[in-house]
Each structure stands twice: as structure tokens, then as C-alpha cells.
Write a protein of this length. Structure first.
Length: 180
């Protein structure tokens, strides 16, 4: 089973990011944007999980204690870099709290699920770029896009199952874990 630990976003943030995706779709790019319902922050991705591993992970995640905190949307960015963009994403302000939570989750699961060292970068993926049709125009237009400073509270994290389909991934929440 494919699964991930993530943070579901508030409706207000999903609404804003979905509108932003529609704006980005006007750029000279061919891009597969993330469905509104699937917008989230990934903390840890896990593939090839067996049922007993999943049950152990669910139990370990219950033990995590961490206070609620706030983050805000910061800026538009790209993986690996703008001139060779493959992924378009939003960075987050106050990410140190998010990084601490991720490290706490990682250390809690260290003996249960070792995943060949995943580097963590707090972000919200908006889409996967297939092609930039006109790099000069793309760079000019992208410079004019300003990200609204929306602050939001993170008061939980979730364990999701991820199923790949021809229409894109389907996410099903397995369990929600409250912070605080």
C-alpha cells in the first residue's frame, strides 16, 4: 500500500490555491495541477507498506505530542529550479515548527519504516510541469504573480492512503491525529 502522513489544508487555503492554479494555467506551460480536494502538505511518504506495518505506524503516531502552530503562504517556487521547472509549489512561512513536527514524526517511525532518507522541504505542490512552451514569457509572467499572505492554524496531521489511477491519485484519510 502507498501511504503518506500529511496536513490537510483549511477550505479557505484550498479555495485560494485552486484560484491560483487557474491563474497559473494561463501561463505558457503544459501542467497537471493538483485537484483542489488533494491540496495538502506532505510530511512523510511511504510506499510498499504491509498491513502490519500500517497498524504499527498508526499506533506510533498516536504517541506524538506537539503543540498547535500557525504557518502562512509565502511564495511561488519550483523544483528543481525555475529554469528547469518540473514542479510548481508554494513555500511556507514559519516552517521551523513544521520541520520540528516532521522530525518528531520521523524519529518516532525510525524503527518501523526506514525510507532511504527523504529530504524534507515544507511546501504545497500545485502542479507538475510537463513543458514550458516559452521560457522568456513564462519568467516574465511568473514574476508578476504575488502570493496572498494567508495564515492558517495547523492543529492536526493525517495518515492517508494514496491510490494511483489514470485520472490522478486518490487520497483516503485513514486516521487523523490532533495536536495540542
Amino acid at each position: 500500500m502507498r501511504a503518506f502522513i500529511g496536513i490537510d489544508l483549511p477550505k479557505e487555503v484550498k479555495d485560494y490555491l485552486y484560484d491560483l492554479e487557474k491563474e497559473l494555467n494561463k501561463l505558457p506551460i503544459k501542467c497537471k495541477f493538483v485537484a483542489k480536494k488533494n491540496l495538502h502538505i506532505t510530511i512523510k511518504f511511504m510506499k510498499d507498506l504491509k498491513e502490519n506495518e500500517l497498524n504499527n505506524i498508526k499506533e506510533k503516531l498516536k504517541e506524538i505530542k506537539y503543540p498547535e502552530f500557525k504557518v502562512s503562504l509565502r511564495s511561488l517556487d519550483f523544483f528543481p529550479k525555475r529554469n528547469n521547472a518540473k514542479v510548481i509549489w508554494i513555500s511556507l512561512e514559519n516552517e521551523n515548527k513544521l520541520i520540528e513536527l516532521q522530525q518528531k514524526i520521523d524519529s518516532e517511525l525510525l524503527n518501523l519504516y526506514n525510507s532511504n532518507k527523504q529530504e524534507f522541504k515544507s511546501h504545497i505542490t500545485l502542479g507538475r510541469i510537463k513543458l514550458i512552451k516559452n521560457k522568456e514569457k513564462f519568467n516574465k509572467l511568473i514574476n508578476n504573480i504575488k502570493i496572498k499572505d494567508i495564515k492558517f492554524k495547523i492543529d492536526s496531521f493525517q495518515l492517508f492512503e494514496s491510490t494511483l489511477t489514470k485520472d490522478g491519485p486518490l487520497y483516503k484519510m485513514i486516521k487523523k491525529y490532533k495536536l495540542g
